[in-house]
Design a protein around this ligand. Structure first.
Ligand SMILES: *Cc1c(COP(=O)(O)O)cnc(C)c1O
Length: 370
């Protein structure tokens, strides 16, 4: 009976399959919690700033009160961090995922088109689909280490194109998009170009094209506290764009989604620049350890990355599923890339760990590969 009521768009949607949790693996394989190495969800292995805890405890007494929809202290700290005016920033309370959803609800009518080059972050497709968009796929070119095929975007632009998603560094491939390519796309369309910088702090330039959002009317930069700041559990993401885009989105965004606790977490995180730079430096070092270690296996092809994870192609006779299963039995969680559209072949994605976790992971790999 209920089925008749449900929107067709929702019926055709497959439930989201998140990375495996520690708890799940401990139960299934009967392992000790200390033996689990979680390299599956691009989290920060060094946690978050230690200064957050005390600030959070202080805020608990205020939990009976609604949060401010826009927290001026947070906006000021974030504006300083990015060196952009606060009028150009929107902060969302379910991470960058909320910003993506708000974009859809602000700009996309049923039948409008959204361009997504693949393989990439699956949330763009899921959100676009739910909101009734027709999706046109571009591609990151496997033959060129997943470099963005700019023509695959330009050829798909039509009168109905509303949003184009560019992810740099791209998830799950790890490679950046060249600035000249972003520029070319921006200047070839009136559609909104979303540049997802979720991992930009792990690349050479932590701002990259963020400030272009002040010059281009049709650019929105997407960023998050989930990765470099280690706050995936607090669910805070943000967008940077021209004021008009921000103002329309603010009409649509869930008013109180940024809770008192997440506001406090982000303010404390932004004030602890020491942790930020520690996390960046260690993260890049961990990526280099893993890259060098993985490169030694002739059965594996590891792709260069500017993010906090590495894409690895499996070139022995195992499927990515079998490979992940062997790792799981030994307590290691990585991401099976089977569910990424446009990634044909056998791939896994490995997130950075602490140096000790990296070392143990590489040791365990020897066991499986040879
Ligand atoms: C992790 C991630 C995000 C941010 O997700 P949150 O909702 O902020 O946790 C955005 N884009 C990409 C490509 C990501 O991998």
């Amino acid at each position: 009976m209920i089925e008749k009521l449900v929107r067709d768009r929702v019926k055709s949607l497959k439930p989201y399959v998140p990375g495996k949790s520690k708890e799940e693996i401990i139960r299934k394989y009967n392992l000790n919690p200390e033996d689990i190495i979680k390299l599956g969800s691009n989290e920060n292995p060094w946690g978050c700033s230690k200064k957050i805890k005390e600030e959070l405890l202080r805020e608990i007494g205020n939990l009976h009160q609604y949060p401010e929809p826009v927290n001026p202290v947070l906006m000021e700290e974030l504006g300083n961090f990015l060196d952009v005016p606060r009028e150009n920033i929107i902060v969302g309370g379910d991470g960058a995922d909320e910003i993506i959803d708000t974009l859809m609800r602000t700009f996309v009518d049923v039948g409008d088109e959204v361009i997504i080059p693949i393989p990439t972050f699956t949330q763009y497709r899921v959100s676009a689909h739910i909101h009734g968009a027709n999706i046109r796929y571009g591609r990151y070119n496997k033959k060129k280490d997943f470099k963005l095929d700019v023509d695959s975007i330009l050829d798909n632009i039509t009168e109905r194109t509303k949003i184009i998603f560019l992810c740099t560094p791209n998830n799950p491939t790890g490679n950046p998009i060249e600035r000249k390519d972003i520029k070319k796309i921006l200047e070839s369309t009136e559609a909104l170009v979303v540049v997802d910088h979720a991992y930009i702090e792990y690349s050479k330039d932590i701002y990259n094209v963020t400030k272009w959002a002040l010059d281009y009317e049709n650019l929105l930069i997407l960023r998050t506290f989930s990765k470099i700041f280690g706050l995936a559990g607090a669910r805070v993401g943000y967008g940077v764009a021209n004021e008009e885009v921000i103002n329309y989105m603010m009409r649509v965004k869930p008013v109180f989604s940024l809770t008192r606790l997440s506001q406090i977490c982000t303010i404390a995180a932004l004030r602890d620049r020491e942790f930020f730079f520690y996390s960046r430096e260690k993260g890049i070092e961990s990526r280099e350890i893993l890259y060098r270690g993985l490169k030694k296996f002739k059965e594996l092809k590891v792709y260069p990355s500017e993010a906090n994870y590495l894409l690895v192609e499996i070139r022995n006779d195992m499927t990515s599923g079998e490979f992940c299963e062997e790792l799981l039995k030994r307590g290691v969680i990585v991401r099976d890339c089977k569910s990424f559209e446009g990634l044909d072949g056998e791939y896994i994605r490995v997130s950075i760990g602490t140096f000790e976790e990296d070392r143990r992971f590489l040791e365990i790999l020897k066991d499986i590969v040879s």
